[in-house]
Design a protein around this ligand. Structure first.
Ligand code: PMT
Length: 403
């Protein structure tokens, strides 16, 4: 939205060095940004660069009489259409959650009635600590939107959840959530799996299937457009990464399971669209298997069952709302109902994969959504349309499930 007024609160974490670029992109998207720094943020970014990019004097002191004369902190709190806090350190999150107002930024948080969006950034152990989880829970209960953190390599050298969400994702979140269109998944964290998995036989051969990823990617995009913070765990496909979506690429079912379980505790809704291989070779040969001249005698590969990813997520103590997909060729509804129960899913979407104009590697699909209270069929249409309808239906089910 043009002219939207953002107070950008900057906490004292290493990710603060990215805030000049964030200010530039917010301004380029038509927003008016006043940066407010905590004292420790001064260690990571200068007021000069933030002033240059925002066109506003940076505020960093509750007792700055000159700045207070031009716009007092209460006026600043009223000026904001959104208070965006990025990066939000563990310490800053704790102060916000406890209503401490011992500097300008935490005072603004209490004084503003504008929606507050918080982008956490910290070491993964700090993010996983029960105290941080508790504080995040308090902020969410207080109506704050938590966006991120991302999963990936951290400044401390470790890999896991805790990186500040990419700047493009923060900007697109603000754009989407300020768009007048209905955004039923605003602030929700959605995980989508998509594409096939590959189970290695030797370095050049594998077992896989013909999932193109089209349906899963369309769901990730529809959830993003509905305001969600989306993570896409994708098997090997030929599609470009969707913009504004955090993507984790994997190859095998075991890698998909590990990527999913790493973040599943921080997710509100999961769509399991991936065609995960049910079996893998018991053993993957380290070298290419040589052709043997066997005179027609059969050769066999021993297979072992892969863990069921959705069932593993369902077994967590506080699982997300779980939506599975069922690829069936007969008795679609009957088989899907059984699959939903067996895997302890909230909902399941069944498609007929014996029809080559829908399902695997086609541009269209026709699906039936089944849940505890009934079923809805979405007639044959492009996968993007099916995805928008499913996202709308699931956000309604998710909301009614919580109330
Ligand atoms: O990718 P496209 O070409 O667009 O095709 C879309 C699709 C046909 C792949 C998609 O619409 C679909 O049906 N996805 C589910 C495919 C599948 O593996 O179905 P299933 O009935 O075998 O598995 C049921 C559910 O369990 C799925 O949500 C699957 O992700 C999940 N699963 C399966 C095995 C396993 N080890 N772990 C799982 O979590």
């Amino acid at each position: 939205m043009q002219g939207k007024r953002i107070v950008l609160g900057i906490g004292g974490g290493i990710a603060a060095y990215k805030t000049p670029a964030l200010v530039r992109q917010l301004v380029a998207a038509g927003m008016d940004v006043i940066p407010v720094m905590t004292e420790s943020a001064n260690h990571f970014v200068t007021t000069t660069v933030l002033t240059t990019f925002s066109g506003h004097r940076v505020r960093n002191d509750l007792w700055d009489l000159e700045a207070e004369r031009s716009m007092g902190h209460i006026e600043l709190a009223r000026w904001a259409d959104t208070l965006l806090i990025a990066p939000a350190t563990a310490n800053l999150i704790a102060r916000l959650a406890n209503g401490l107002s011992n500097d300008l930024l935490t005072t603004l948080y209490l004084a503003t009635t504008a929606p507050t969006v918080v982008a956490p950034a910290m070491n993964l152990e700090m993010w996983n600590h029960s105290a941080t989880k508790r504080n995040i829970g308090v902020l969410e209960t207080d109506g704050v939107s938590i966006i991120g953190p991302d999963y990936g390599e951290q400044a401390c050298g470790e890999t896991g959840p805790g990186r500040m969400l990419e700047i493009e994702d923060i900007v697109s979140h603000l754009l989407v959530t300020t768009d007048p269109i209905d955004t039923p998944m605003t602030g929700l964290r959605v995980l989508v799996t998509a594409g096939p998995t590959r189970e290695s036989i030797d370095p050049v051969r594998y077992i896989t299937n013909s999932s193109s990823g089209k349906q899963g990617y369309a769901i990730a995009e529809a959830a993003r457009d509905a305001g969600a913070i989306v993570t896409l765990v994708s098997g090997p496909v030929a599609l470009p990464p969707p913009k504004g979506v955090q993507q984790i690429n994997i190859i095998s079912a075991a890698e998909m399971k590990s990527a999913v379980l790493d973040i599943a505790n921080d997710i509100d809704i999961m769509f399991g669209v991936a065609a995960v291989a049910d079996y893998r070779p018991t053993h993957s040969e380290p070298h290419k298997i040589k052709k043997m001249y066997r005179n027609g005698s059969p050769m066999s590969i021993e297979l072992v069952e892969n863990d069921d990813i959705l069932a593993s997520v369902a077994a967590l103590s506080d699982p997300p709302y779980l939506v599975g997909f069922a690829a069936e060729t007969q008795s679609l509804v009957k088989n899907a109902v059984q699959k939903r129960e067996r895997k302890c899913l909230d909902a399941i979407v069944v498609n007929d994969v014996s029809d080559h104009t829908i399902g695997f590697d086609s541009d269209e699909n026709e699906v039936t959504l089944l849940h505890a209270h009934g079923e809805t069929t979405f007639d044959k249409s492009p996968k993007a349309e099916i995805a928008s309808k499913l996202v709308a239906a699931i956000s309604e089910l998710y909301t009614s499930n919580r109330t």
